[in-house]
Design a binder for this molecule. Sequence first.
Ligand code: SAH
Length: 264
Amino acid sequence: MQTIRTVPPGRVILVGAGPGDPELLTLKAVRAIASADVLLIDDLVNLAVLEHARPEARRVAVGKRGGCESTPQEFIERLMFAEARAGRTVVRLKGGDPFVFGRGGEECAHLRALGIAVEVVPGITSGVGAASAAGIPVTHRDCSQGVAFVTGHSKKDGRGPDWAALARSGLTLVVYMGMARSRQIAAALAEGGMRADMPVAVVQNGTREDQRRLVTRLDRLADDIAAQGFASPAVIIIGEVVAMAAADSLDSLAADGARQAAQG
Ligand code: SAH
């Protein structure tokens, strides 16, 4: 028997909200936010982007921080499905790009398997946005032929990135979710042959007003993170490019350091 739909089909739009600065939203993201009946908002999303939403749009925070347990992934997926099936436009707002360490791929596949139309609006991923905003080019003709985006988080079975292979690759490494394990990551890279004085930067709250930078070297990374009180959300950028940051930006890095020292 053929099923007859009585409501117009809804849809889900996975929207990359960029790294933090609300001005780094794409025009497409603004349009998607304005079209939403329901917004599901990840915790790394700057809430200032909601100024583009309709006042009557339903807003659901599905953050993983804020002291409470993360919203279960199944709940998020069920809510998106139910709202879209009811004919609504659901906007799933994610920090950075929805497909870079954002579970966007899983959500997309899940919803499409259930027959829900899904669109994806790319965003500026924090590994690029935070690095650029901190004056660090992730590639450079003279010293880095490429960049690898790596998670600092291991899967439950203990499987994580092959740090020794990454150490040998000569690529700039941008580590997401790596702050809690910075000591182990630095040790694994050193064991893989990376030199102890490899330049490393940490950029916290990249592109936001409270952006902070730390420039150090591989063997001092974990101690400097602890000493200067750097914390998530932050990316760790490892490679010669950190030293190649434009001269003016290095000046401002020094100024940052002095300001932080004065504050601390
Ligand atoms: N989809 C996101 C990444 C989600 S994983 C993206 O494309 O950016 C979460 C990690 O992203 C954080 O642990 C941190 O490593 C990084 N991150 C997100 N926002 C950041 C910001 N404003 N500055 C620095 N790192 C950030």
